[in-house]
Design a protein around this ligand. Structure first.
Ligand SMILES: [Zn+2]
Length: 272
């Protein structure tokens, strides 16, 4: 008996602490979808690029037992989980959105929430917005620890078929008054540190510095739609026209996913 106890004690002492804890739940959201693909440059569609990085990140995190990883879509479209969720909960998602907006308007009127200036973004279409609010509702209900929104960037310019002048990456994070801001900002900083080792930050004047707080992006929990425990960051990895030929792009997708995974691991499991 004594021997058994000492064996158990030995196992306990030498098993890393994280293996006792529930896994960290990550939701990957490759931006846009096959119907509405975001930016386009020649034959290159942003939604496919977002998915390429997301799949790689999914594979890396999936191998690590400390994480439980979910993704919203694959090459065929939304995964079954989300197809079903949107089909069965559309009315609830709409009232979730409407209530949140009403509450936020009240808070603004009462001076509890101060509206700031935000970088300009293309407004999500009505159906796109429902999906984004739906992801937030799902993340709240499923105890997600972090949502990672994956995008490539573009900016308004007259000839979108030619390369633009801006380059560099940017990470958007919830502004300081938002309840999920604190954890999200630290997570964003850890991912930023890894990306910054290799890539320069955005040269676009509204994105200077590369770490930008935002109140309006639904993805980050605008209108108080994410719980304090649901961190969310939105990464624009680079400008759509700046990744080079197909072989160069594939290499960059690998590298971007690797660096993002390292940033996520460093945030959740900091080295002493
Ligand atoms: Zn996008």
């Amino acid at each position: 008996m004594k021997r058994l106890l000492s064996i158990l004690l030995f196992i306990f002492l030498f098993t890393p602490a994280y293996s006792y804890a529930a896994p960290i739940k990550i939701l990957l959201i490759p931006g846009h979808d096959n119907e509405s693909w975001g930016a386009q440059y020649g034959g290159l569609k942003e939604a496919a690029m977002n998915l390429a990085v997301s799949r790689r990140l999914y594979d890396i995190l999936k191998k690590d037992k400390r994480f439980e990883v979910h993704i919203t879509r694959d090459s065929l479209g939304y995964t079954k989980e989300f197809v079903d969720y949107f089909a069965n909960h559309e009315a609830e998602i709409i009232s979730f959105k409407d209530n949140a907006k009403k509450e936020r308007e009240k808070a603004i009127t009462n001076g509890i929430f101060i509206e700031g200036e935000n970088a300009p973004h293309n407004d999500a279409s009505a159906s796109g917005a429902i999906k984004l609010y739906g992801f937030n509702k799902w993340a709240n209900e499923n105890n997600i620890d972090a949502m990672i929104h994956i995008h490539f960037n573009d900016y308004p310019r007259p000839k979108s078929w030619t390369a633009g002048k801006h380059k560099g990456f940017v990470i958007y994070m919830p502004e300081g008054q938002m309840v999920n801001s604190r954890g999200s900002v630290l997570l964003a900083a850890d991912i930023f540190t890894q990306l910054r080792k290799k890539y320069s930050t955005s040269t676009y004047e509204k994105e200077l510095g590369g770490l930008i707080p935002d109140q309006k992006l639904i993805a980050l929990g605008s209108n108080g739609t994410l719980l304090p425990s649901v961190r969310s960051v939105l990464i624009e990895y680079g400008y759509i026209y700046s990744l080079g030929n197909s072989a160069a792009r594939q290499k960059k997708y690998d590298d971007m996913a690797n660096r993002t995974a390292t940033g996520i691991k460093n945030y959740f499991f900091p080295k002493p």
